[in-house]
Design a protein around this ligand. Structure first.
Ligand SMILES: Nc1ncnc2c1ncn2[C@@H]1O[C@H](COP(=O)(O)OP(=O)(O)O)[C@@H](O)[C@H]1O
Ligand SMILES: [Mg+2]
Length: 216
């Protein structure tokens, strides 16, 4: 599903080498954790995958396609392969939970006609069906993470990407969130490949996830 081959990335402005010759593969339907201490390049890997950044050298394939060849105008469509959970949540503060999820559905080209049914069943699956009308700041961190997960999944992406999704959660909420990732991975929603950047011991303790450690 995803392959990095000898990928190197240096930030031109700072001259900082993030990694050199990074290679790894993620198979279709796999659940992997990109791990390593802060600053090791986890977020950079995710940004390269989303084509928010370009590598200095090396190749990245997604669904058998070398993504360096994707023209600029096609990048927004390319990104529809992914459902993304950002580290800073980015929920719209003045829109309720349902609207936050619905907006993501519209922006990423989902059909609006069957949105209520689709969003309703996804919220139920993730146990947030009682929060339709609540604003993000009326939810706990763990509940917000679930809304972000629903938002990332709303258009059935092939790959779910999450950047430190449990960074601000207490251990119990992290456990609960991991259970939801496993539920999604089991294919109850749709078959989804999952890539999570994390240094959370709770996620790292999960037997079903394969760790891809990044090193300086
Ligand atoms: N846009 C940027 N410009 C310059 N340096 C950056 C930029 N983004 C990240 N870095 C640097 O690259 C390294 C890896 O960052 P990052 O991928 O965010 O690590 P992680 O997510 O593992 O904490 C860090 O040293 C960081 O300071
Ligand atoms: Mg990071």
């Amino acid at each position: 599903m995803v392959e990095f081959k000898n990928v190197s990335k240096t930030f031109a402005d700072t001259g900082e080498v993030v990694f050199r010759d990074l290679s790894f593969q993620v198979k279709d339907g796999e659940f992997v954790l990109l791990t390593g201490e802060s600053g090791v390049g986890k977020t950079t890997v995710l940004r390269l995958l989303l084509k928010e950044l370009e590598p200095d050298s090396g190749r990245i394939w997604v669904a058998e396609r070398d993504i360096s060849g994707i023209p600029y105008a096609e990048v927004p469509y390319y990104r529809r392969n992914f459902g993304v959970m950002f580290q800073d949540h980015r929920l719209l503060p003045n829109e309720n939970c349902y609207q936050n999820i619905e907006l993501a559905r519209i922006v990423t080209g989902g059909k609006t006609k069957d949105s209520p049914r689709k969003i309703g069943s996804l919220m139920k699956l993730l146990g947030i069906e009682n929060y339709y009308k609540r604003l993000p700041n009326e939810l706990s961190g763990g509940e917000q993470a679930k809304v972000c997960l629903a938002r990332a999944l709303v258009n059935n992406p092939q790959v779910l990407i999450a950047d430190e999704p449990t960074a601000n959660l207490d251990p119990r909420s992290s456990e609960e969130f991991l259970k939801l990732l496993l539920l999604i991975h089991s294919g109850v929603h749709i078959k989804t490949t999952i890539i999570v950047a994390t240094h959370d011991a709770i996620l790292k303790g999960c037997d079903q996830a394969r760790e891809i450690p990044l090193e300086h």
